[in-house]
Write a protein that binds this ligand. Sequence first.
Ligand SMILES: Cc1ncc(COP(=O)(O)O)c(C=O)c1O
Length: 377
Amino acid sequence: MNLFDVYPLNNIEIVKASGSAVWDADGQEYLDLYGGHAVISIGHTHPHYVKRLTDQLNKVGFYSNSVLIPLQAQLAEKLGQVSGKTDFQLFLCNSGAEANENALKLASFYNGRKKVIAFKGAFHGRTSLAVAATDNPKIVAPVNETDNIVFLPHNDEAALENAFAAYGNEITAVIIEGIQGVGGIREASVSFLQKIRSLCDQYNAVYIADSVQCGYGRTGQFYSHDYAGVDADVYTMAKGMGNGFPVAGISIAPKFKPWHGMLGTTFGGNHLACAAALAVLEIIEQDNLMKNAGQIGAYLINELKQIEGINEVRGRGLMIGIDLPEDKSGVKKNLLFKYKIFTGEAKPNVIRLLPALNLTKDQADQFLNDFKTALKG
Ligand SMILES: Cc1ncc(COP(=O)(O)O)c(C=O)c1O
């Protein structure tokens, strides 16, 4: 049997990892500023994480949501505390797409409506409704197509106001990334998020903050949407939540009332997933990682902005986009194969930095030096 060949691969096998370093099968070390796509939040193989998962696996790895799993309540408590949303409720699932799917479903259950506002450049996942709310027709199968999603221009307050004025009573939810990741590191403006909040309040629509990539402390605040100073109704999260263990969740405002069977999943919130997610939050808190992400990120952004030959540097904290001119399209590959630095990318020519939140200043400097040389070459 062959693998279903859907991923373009780099010819590198990673066999060992620690913090922001990874090693290939030949023993070559790399600096990891990609974090396996924003997933590695507390660094690879963090000792506390490894111990918590190992200890849990030795007790019980999995049982379904038909029995008491106190780790779930501990996780909810800790997440409320670290995110600052202590009165919110937690539903656990397994991936970012599933989190968004559940958030949209919850919104529709809540107000009984069907229309979803999403934005140009958005990526919300590949399941049916999440992919329909994703601005990429290529990955929307005919069966996923729906008239229920309306795409509006990003950060365009007038367009949003017009949409609500025209059919506000049909709108179930507005879904928006705090910073578009796949879309090329484009931040939602503070005033745009505030406008979403006030229009959703006015029309009883649900404000869904997709924090799958930009959340979990990456920007220096727990949710990057927090920079707008207003709460969303539902926050979706995944990637950094388990530092590589597949776990996702939605944080739900108190006004939503659950009923048995409303949402559900077999694997969501299992013992190992909760142990992984708890270990991540413990380290984020204990090692002050949100502060570090904010500081090292600001340093990187500031230094990158001084470099000539870049179109634009965008982002916040450790979610950074370096928009390069067309003729520099080889830089990302050179960083990987010549300078041994993993980075992410976004179309057409953006290098995305999504490292672990405990990236050090020395590692940031190593990147800056090599990047400057790579840019010249
Ligand atoms: C903002 C955002 N939402 C949702 C998703 C989907 O997450 P998953 O791949 O875990 O389904 C992603 C993945 O890249 C994402 O960046």
